[in-house]
Structures are given as C-alpha cells and as structure tokens.
Write a new protein. Sequence first.
Length: 447
Amino acid sequence: MNICVVGTGYVGLVTGTCLAEIGHCVICVDNDKQKIQTLNTGKMPIFEPDLEKLVHQNRKRGNLSFSEDLGQGARKSEVIFICVGTPPLENGEADLSPVEKVTREIAVAADSYKLVVEKSTVPVQTGEYIYRTLQIYCREENGRFDVASNPEFLREGSAVADFFHPDRIVIGVNNRQTEAILHQIYQPILERGFSCPVHSSCSSFPKPYFLVTDIKSAELIKHASNSFLAAKISFINAIAEICEKVGADVQKVAEGMGLDPRIGKEFLKAGLGFGGFCFPKDLQAFVRIAEKVGYDFTLMKEVERINKARIDVAVEKLRKKLWVLREKTIAFLGLAFKPQTDDLRFAPAIGLIRRLRQEGCNIRAFDPQAMEKAVIEIPEIFYGANPYEVAAGAEALVLATEWPEFLDLDWLKMHRAMARPFILDGRNFLNRPLLMEVGFEYEGMGR
Ligand code: UDX
C-alpha cells in the first residue's frame, strides 16, 4: 500500500521505516528541511537501536523515501499517518497547531480518497476536529476522507522491536472500510507474515491483539495507558519514601507486590522518577483534558507532584551526605531519560544537574549516547570521554541512567579516581554488595 507518514520524529521515523520493512511503499514527510537532508544523506537525526540499518535497507530497496513536500506525499498515498509533535503549551495542554496545519495541507492537496490516521498522542475528540477540518478545507473536486485513530505504544530504545512485536494494535474507526484498510496494513504483523529484522527467532512472541474501537475510545486508550504506567511509577516512589522512613527495602517490596499477576512486576522500579517526552507531557495534557470536560483529575496531579519531588529527594540525599553542596564536584553516569536512547527531554538527570548547579556544584558527566545533545542542552558542565574521567576528583557519583555497561566498570579504578567514594544510585541498579566491598559509601532510592 502507498503510505505517507507526516513527521519524522521518534514515532514517525520508526513507523514509516517499519511499515516499509513489512512491504509498504512509504514516503516520510517533514517540514524540517535539515532533517530531511540528513535522512537523504543516509544519516540519522536520532539514535534508536536497529533503525539506521532498516532505513538504509529500505531506501536501497526503493520503498522508503524522505521529502519536504507534504502535498506530493499525500497525493501519492491512499493512507496518511499524522505523526507530528504535540508539545506541551505553558498551561500543560497539548499544542495541536502542527496537527491542524498538516490536516489543512492534506485537505488542500488531496485529489482522491484518503484515509487520515492520527498516530500522534492527541486529546480525545481530536479525530472529530481533523475530520471537520478536512471537510472545510478540501477542494470540491477532491475525493472523500476517512479518519482513524491508531495510537502508538512504542518505547524509545526498543521502538523498532516494539513495532514488530506489539502486545496490541488499537484502531479507532467509524466504518468497516477503514477497519479493513488498517487491518491490511498491519496484516504482516498480525499474522507474523514477515521475516523479523530484529530477532533471529520470534517464536516466543505471542501474536498481537487487534482491538477495534470507536475513535474517541482509541484516543483515550493512549492517554489512559500512559497515565496508568506513570501512576505505577509514582506509587512505588511513594512507597520508597515510606521504606526509607522505616528502614525497609523498596526493591523487596516491589518484588513481593509484582508476584501478584494482577499487579505485575513491570513499572515498579523506584528511583529518580519518569522522564522522556511521553509520560510528563501526556500526564499534564490528560489532566487538562479532564478539566475541560469537567473532571478534576487530582489522582494524576498527585502522580506528577510525586515525580517532580524525586529530584528534591536526590538533592537532599546529596546534601545530607556532603553537608555543604557549594563547590562540591559531582559526577554523573547517564544523562538520557532512560538507557538505549540519546533523548534528554524531561530527563531526570538534566533536572537534577540544573538544581545542583544552582546549589553551586561542579558537574562532570558521561553518557554513552546522549553527550552530543547534552553539550547543547547544558554547555557549562564538564563532559568526560569515559566514566573514569568523570569520576576523577568527584566527591559524589550519581547513577542517573541504568545503561547496562555501567555494571561492568572497574569499580576499584572508579574508587581510586574519586576524592570521596560516595555513590547515589538513582536507579537502584548497581551491585550494592560489590560496591561496598570495594569500599564505596552506597545510597539507593528507598532502601
Ligand atoms: C512510554 C510508554 O512506555 C510507551 O508505551 C509510549 O508509547 C511512550 O511512552 P518511553 O517514554 O519510551 O515509553 O519510556 P518508558 O520505558 O515507558 O519509561 C518512561 C520513564 O519511566 C523513563 O524515564 C524510565 O526511567 C521511567 N521508569 C520506568 C521508572 O522510573 N520506573 C519504572 O519502573 C519504569
């Protein structure tokens, strides 16, 4: 099928590339000239495991291309996925102006039937606005439009693998024809009719569930899912606070809770809290949506408050240990909001570094992937070429992102490099007994 994907951010680039990989002919469009140039020269604007390989492969095969021309992309395609950003406005609402603009452009450009699919995370009822806008701006001789919602659940760092092996594919439609088109697009995934480019054997993955709903319910599924997961994280972080007060271990509490299949062990890791471009902004947007329709979502406001307070908790732990923070040198391992990505948006590490800078600390930092972006975000700190270099002379080391390679460091060498061997393990990730044996003072989050 001929498909146009509008927006080449994390969602659009992964979606477009993976749709090409399962056999569709995809044009990815973006109004960011530089991004399109980068992609057309074979370079990647983001780091995402396996993505670069698939982009190269599919460009070579001729079923993936990049363009600035939305009109042409839309005319050539029967299905258009809207994957543009919905950044937060100052009041927490999602900024829908990019979605609205793209919709108008599609309406004007379309010369035959188009199915417009919203994949960006949008407030409930956006589908209705998209449909209305298409009707208003389309030229009379144009064909008709359908609108569908197809929320994405891709996680950064494993987005490509998630695309090929989703738990569920949710579509919100209002007629059978739209359902049939979307089913056809995803058929290779639903029936595993493709050779997986990520795993050599995929037999352990169950077939995904194909859930068909009305458009508004599909829109809500996305916001409700992300908010629920964020709530789980804040819940365990609140438990972590209680654990510290009574001398219990949140890791053990989470383990015990997670053994109940109704709770499940995922998303019960206490630490510096959640970051990234999805949870923080979706949560705020969901609170605003609820407010607009007349519901005061205090539960979610509290989830957000608990998450923000994780940074205060970390600052206070450092203050308690170091007595005075002013002029102390603090080393950071990890900057990205989670491992396997170079994404720094709403990263707890960045929030914590900013706070410590305000306190007068000197910061030395290392991240395996995110340094290029970090230099632009926080130019005033020292970036080391490796963990040993950032540890040199530090009076505390903060583990902010659980990159697996940090487990294999030569901790004796790290210990010797530091002025004071204190570790704040912001993700309860490091091998505490080993570190203590080496001679570190170790502090976790909630244990
Ligand atoms: C999330 C959703 O998981 C995905 O389905 C949706 O499409 C986009 O938003 P992502 O933002 O990539 O994906 O990251 P995720 O793996 O969900 O982690 C989000 C944040 O929560 C990270 O900062 C992570 O460190 C933190 N987290 C996660 C915890 O603090 N504790 C946990 O137990 C799990």
